[in-house]
Ligand binder design. Structure first.
Ligand code: ACM
Length: 544
C-alpha cells in the first residue's frame, strides 16, 4: 500500500483525496490488497497492430480485476469520455465492469490513469504498465484514445482463473512510446455502387478505430446511386437513391442517419470525409434533375459497371447553384476539415470544361469552410496549394499536384485498393489495377511509392473499397480484411520498423478479435493462420 500511496502522490490533490478515502475504507472494512503472484510477461512480444514506435519490457505485469478502476483527472472532460469508452469495451469483451472515477466507497486497489500531459503531439501517447498502475499519458483526448486501443489489444480476452478466486486479466508490464507516422490514415467505402446501411458502416468504423485509423471517406454519389439526403433537392434520393449496381433497390442516408454516423465516428476520433463525385460519375444526379447534364435528355437509371459516360453541364450557372446547395448542406453536417469533390474519370467532359468546372467548385467548398480533396486528375488543373490530391493512378498527375504545392493522399490502386481481388480465384473484386495479395498490400511504402512525391508532401494513406462486386457486409469484409490492417500499419508505423515476416505473425493473432466481431475475413494462404490452431474449427465452419 505504501507503494500505491507514493505513486498517487504525483497526481492531483483531488485524486489523492479520493484514493486515500478508498484506502482507509479498504483498510477498515474491505478486503486487503490481494497479493497476486503474476506470471512473467513479454510486452515486446505482443501482437499489436499497428506496431508501436517503441516497446520496452518491464519487471511486472498489471492484473486487471474487480479491484481495478479507471481514473481521469477531471470529472467531465473528453478524457473521461475516453475512459468511459475503455470501460464500455472491457465490459463487452472481458465482461467485467471497471468503473470510471468511482466513489470513494469502492474497493479499488489498482488504477488505470488517463493523464493529460502537455507537450506531446496530437495523437501521441505513452503507456507505463506496472503491477499497481497503468499510466496512459497524452496531451489530447485523441492521443489518449489511440493509447486506449493499444490497451484493448493488450488485454487478453480470457481471464486467468488460477491466480485468485476471481478472474484476473494479466496485461504485460513495461512501457510504450507511440505516435503515428502520418496524420491521415483512412479508408473509403463506396456506398454508391452498392448501398451499405449505417449499421454496416458503424461496424467498419469500430474496426478502423481498433487499428488507430482516423478518417473514413464516404463515396456518397456515383452514376448508380445518390446516397445522402439533400433537403433542397429531394429527388436526388427519392429518385437517384433508388438504384444500385445489379438493379436491386439502393438506399440512402437521411440527414439524421448521416449525423448519427458522424457522431459515432467522432466518438472514435474518426473524421468522416464526404465525397460528391463530379463532374463525371453523375448519372444518378441527372436522372433526378435532368437539367444537370445539359444535353436535353433525361437519362435512364444506370445499374451497370461502366465509368466515364456522364457529366454535369459545366457552363450553366444553375448547376453551380445546385452544387452550392449540396456542398452547403453536407458541410453543415460534417465537422471535419475536408470535402471531397471527386473529379475522377470525367471522360465525357471536355478538358477545358473540366478545368473550368474544378476551378469553380473549389471556391464553393472553401466558402463552406472545407479543404477540397479531389482524385489525382484535379492535380492537372492549376489550383491553389490548399487542395489535396488523392493519388490512385500512375499517370503523372502527382507531378503537377506536387509542383503546385498540393498535399498528397496516397491510394495507389495497385497497392491500396481493397476492391482489387487477392488472386485469380478470389470470389469478389476486380483486377484492372492488379491482383493484391495480403503481403503485396503491406510491403510497400507510401513514403517511397513514387520518387516524384516527397515525404513532406504526403498527408497520409487511404485504402478505398469500391463496391461494384460486393453488396453485403460479409462480402465487404472479405475484401477489406485482413488487408485494411496492413494499410493501418503503413500509416502509423515508421517504414524502418515494418517487416512482413513480423507483421504476418501479429496478423494471425488478430483472429480472436475477428471471431468476436464475426468479421468474415479472407484467410489468405500467404499467412500461416493454422498456427492459431485453436481457431481452426471456426475457420472451417465460416468459410463454407
Ligand atoms: C477511381 O478509382 N476512379 C478514383
Amino acid at each position: 500500500m505504501r507503494m500505491l500511496s507514493r505513486k498517487i502522490s504525483n497526481f492531483s490533490t483531488f485524486l489523492l483525496v479520493i484514493l486515500a478515502l478508498g484506502f482507509l475504507l479498504g483498510c477498515s472494512e474491505g478486503p486487503k490488497l490481494p497479493q497476486l503472484v503474476l506470471p512473467e510477461t513479454d510486452l515486446a512480444a505482443t501482437a499489436l497492430i499497428p506496431k508501436p514506435v517503441q516497446v520496452v519490457n518491464g519487471p511486472d505485469a498489471f492484473p486487471l480485476d474487480r479491484y481495478t478502476a479507471i481514473f481521469t483527472e477531471t470529472e467531465r472532460d473528453a478524457f473521461t469520455g475516453v475512459g468511459e469508452f475503455l470501460s464500455g469495451e472491457i465490459r463487452k469483451t472481458q465482461k467485467i465492469t471497471i468503473p470510471v472515477n468511482p466513489d470513494s466507497g469502492k474497493d479499488v486497489f489498482r488504477g488505470i490513469y488517463l493523464r493529460q500531459t502537455p507537450g506531446m503531439e496530437q495523437e501521441q501517447y505513452n503507456l507505463q504498465i506496472s503491477s499497481d498502475s497503468i499510466l496512459l499519458r497524452a496531451t489530447t483526448a485523441e492521443g489518449a484514445f489511440r493509447g486506449v486501443q493499444t490497451l484493448r489489444q493488450l488485454l487478453p480476452e480470457t481471464s486467468n482463473d488460477t491466480l485468485a478466486e476471481y478472474p484476473v486479466w494479466v496485461i504485460p508490464g513495461g512501457s510504450i512510446q507511440d505516435k503515428p507516422a502520418f496524420e491521415y490514415r483512412g479508408s473509403m467505402l463506396d456506398v454508391a455502387r452498392h448501398f451499405f446501411d449505417i449499421e454496416d458502416v458503424k461496424k467498419y468504423l469500430d474496426v478502423m478505430a481498433y487499428y488507430k485509423m482516423n478518417y473514413l471517406h464516404l463515396h456518397l454519389t456515383d452514376d448508380q446511386g445518390w446516397r445522402i439526403e439533400i433537403t433542397s433537392w429531394p429527388k436526388l434520393t427519392q429518385i437517384g437513391g433508388q438504384t444500385e449496381v445489379g438493379g436491386e433497390a439502393g438506399g440512402y442516408y437521411t440527414q439524421e442517419d448521416y449525423k448519427e454516423l458522424v457522431a459515432f465516428a467522432g466518438d472514435r476520433y474518426i473524421t468522416i470525409v464526404p465525397e460528391v463525385d463530379m463532374p463525371g460519375h453523375t448519372n444518378a444526379a441527372s436522372v433526378s434533375y435532368p437539367f444537370l447534364n445539359g444535353n436535353g435528355k433525361t437519362p435512364k437509371p444506370y445499374t451497370g459497371m461502366r465509368v466515364g459516360f456522364s457529366t454535369l453541364d459545366t457552363r450553366k450557372d444553375t448547376v453551380y447553384q445546385f452544387i452550392e446547395d449540396v456542398v452547403r448542406e453536407i458541410s453543415a453536417l460534417s465537422p471535419g476539415p475536408y470535402f471531397h469533390i471527386g473529379g475522377d474519370e470525367s471522360h465525357a467532359t471536355q478538358k477545358a470544361d473540366y478545368e473550368y468546372f474544378i476551378k469553380r467548385v473549389v471556391p464553393i467548398v472553401r466558402k463552406y469552410g472545407k479543404i477540397p480533396i479531389g482524385w489525382d486528375e484535379v492535380g492537372t488543373v492549376s489550383l491553389d496549394a490548399d487542395v489535396v490530391a488523392q493519388i490512385w493512378q500512375d499517370k503523372g498527375n502527382e507531378v503537377h499536384a506536387v509542383e503546385q504545392g498540393m498535399k498528397i493522399l496516397m491510394s495507389p490502386a495497385k497497392k491500396a485498393y481493397l476492391d482489387m481481388s487477392y488472386d485469380s480465384i478470389s470470389k469478389f473484386g476486380l483486377h484492372w489495377a492488379a491482383y493484391i495479395p495480403v503481403d503485396s498490400a503491406y510491403t510497400w511504402s507510401p513514403e517511397t511509392y513514387s520518387d516524384k512525391i516527397p515525404r513532406a508532401a504526403i498527408l497520409g494513406v487511404e485504402a478505398p473499397l469500391w463496391s461494384e462486386t460486393i453488396s453485403t457486409i460479409a462480402e465487404l469484409e472479405y475484401l477489406a480484411f485482413p488487408r485494411l490492417l496492413g494499410i493501418a500499419e503503413l500509416g502509423w508505423t515508421p517504414s524502418g520498423e515494418r517487416s512482413w515476416e513480423d507483421y504476418k505473425l501479429r496478423l494471425i493473432r488478430q483472429t480472436p478479435y475477428f471471431k468476436r466481431l464475426d468479421i468474415q475475413f479472407y484467410p489468405s494462404q500467404r499467412v500461416p493462420w493454422m498456427e492459431a490452431d485453436s481457431l481452426l474449427p471456426w475457420y472451417n465452419n465460416r468459410t463454407k
